[in-house]
Design a protein around this ligand. Structure first.
Ligand code: ZN
Length: 426
């Protein structure tokens, strides 16, 4: 009974136990969620990272594999395991990479343990393998992929201290080219993207970081930046690239508009209702020029099917907008204008989103970038909201096929580094 209680405690602590078959001491054993069973009796406990405890050797201080009666499967003659982890990926122990280095890994500031090349967290859940020299292979349960090899585009800052498999000291430190040491991946990536960042004042910096945070932390910004280019303050009026669909690559932001949006955003938030030249008509404005322009770049990275879907959503809204809110005769612009009491019933997240499918997308990307306007976009336009959610969480469904492998490798790295998780949009 004491043993069973102890094993239940292990489960409450969310320690990770695999399921499968194990060979040990000439016996063929069943492993069920970590419990090692022989002839119907629990004889031990196995963790995903290869720690094994015999139930018979149990002592009072054996909770902790570092001090208790635990062995590594690597150290037991003729011991191996074949099965699956709790998240359903195949697992072989000791594993194909063994023996690898052993020591402490800090990846983007997150601490992990490496045992004979197997990387695990504090709950002994296996997350991948480390071979030394910056060579990581990560397990990606989200896409059901057992091995994702990281390359220079996906490895982020890390340090390792321990011993190589031959016993010599191994100490490694890696900082990405052009990255700064003391700040997070997403801030580094935003600084790389926004060329004039160091010349901005604090309010402007906060605005740029908040505008781009979800795109940077999910890895989408890095992929788009590498394909399309950076952003810089210039004097090109916004919208030029989108309206004409001319490929400019890099984004030039109008400095005046940048300053005005920051001011409006600080005073009214990401969305503002403004008066127009036409008496009694108002227009909703998204005050997010940086993420708007990024949205134009992002559109070039979407699959054709996703672009077609966006076009359908736009055409349906355009038809309804023209029927419900016909443009006043005194107005020759392309924005959706409404009376003040109709603002909550408008078709487009902003007036300007009506101008073309490209502006519709860019304004939606912009609104999605800030928490406050993202909530409203979800209510007002669930169709476009769902595509934007897919860009972040299931990019393989909506991004151009040639980019998907890079994105998924990078996202696996960012999850591992604690930059990117399910709660990014909360
Ligand atoms: Zn635009």
């Amino acid at each position: 009974m004491e043993q069973i209680l102890d094993l239940e405690t292990d489960r409450e602590n969310q320690t990770a136990g695999p399921s499968g078959r194990m060979h040990l001491g000439g016996n063929d054993l069943t492993v069920d969620a970590g419990r090692v069973v022989l002839d119907g009796t629990v004889v031990g406990y196995l963790y995903e990272n290869g720690f094994l405890r015999s139930a018979r050797e149990q002592t009072e201080d054996d909770e902790d594999p570092d001090t208790g009666q635990w062995r590594l499967v690597d150290d037991l003659e003729g011991c191996d395991f074949q099965g699956t982890t709790q998240d359903g990926l195949p697992l072989s122990l000791p594993g194909p990479s063994s023996p690898g280095p052993t020591g402490s890994l800090s990846y983007n500031g997150r601490d992990y343990q490496v045992m004979q090349g197997r990387i695990s967290n504090a709950q002994h859940k296996i997350l991948g393998e480390y071979y030394g020299g910056g060579r990581f292979v990560l397990r990606d349960a989200r896409t059901n992929t057992e091995r994702r090899s990281l390359d220079e585009g996906s490895v982020i800052n890390f340090s390792f201290a321990g011993t190589a498999s031959d016993g010599r000291d191994l100490s490694e430190q890696y900082t990405r080219p052009l990255y700064r040491d003391q700040i997070s991946y997403h801030e580094n990536e935003i600084i790389r993207y926004f060329q004039d960042f160091d010349r901005l004042d604090q309010q402007q910096r906060d605005y740029v970081i908040e505008s781009m945070r979800i795109w940077a932390a999910s890895g989408i910004l890095q992929i788009v930046r590498k394909k399309e280019g950076n952003a810089a303050l210039g004097n090109v009026k916004h919208g030029a690239a989108g309206v004409t669909r001319v490929r400019t690559g890099m984004v030039d932001l109008d400095a005046e508009e940048f300053e005005r949006d920051i001011d409006l955003c600080a005073r009214f938030g990401p969305l503002a209702v403004i008066t127009t030249r036409v008496p009694s008509y108002v227009e909703v404005r998204v005050n997010l020029v940086v993420s708007h322009e990024f949205g134009h770049q992002l559109q070039f990275c979407l699959s054709q099917a996703a672009q077609d879907r966006i076009d359908e959503l736009y055409q349906a809204r355009l038809a309804r907008s023209i029927a419900k809110f016909p443009p006043p005769s005194a107005y020759d612009g392309g924005s959706e204008l409404v009376h003040a009491d109709q603002v909550m019933h408008r078709e487009f997240i902003s007036g300007y989103a009506k101008a073309s499918v490209f502006e519709y997308w860019a304004e939606s990307v912009a609104a999605f970038s800030f928490k406050e306007s993202r909530k409203l976009l979800r209510q007002l336009d669930p169709g476009i909201f769902s595509i934007l959610e897919q860009v972040v969480f299931t990019p393989e469904k909506v991004m151009s096929a040639v980019l998907c492998e890079q994105i998924l490798n990078l996202q696996a790295s960012l999850r591992f580094g604690g930059e990117f998780g399910k709660n990014l949009l909360d």
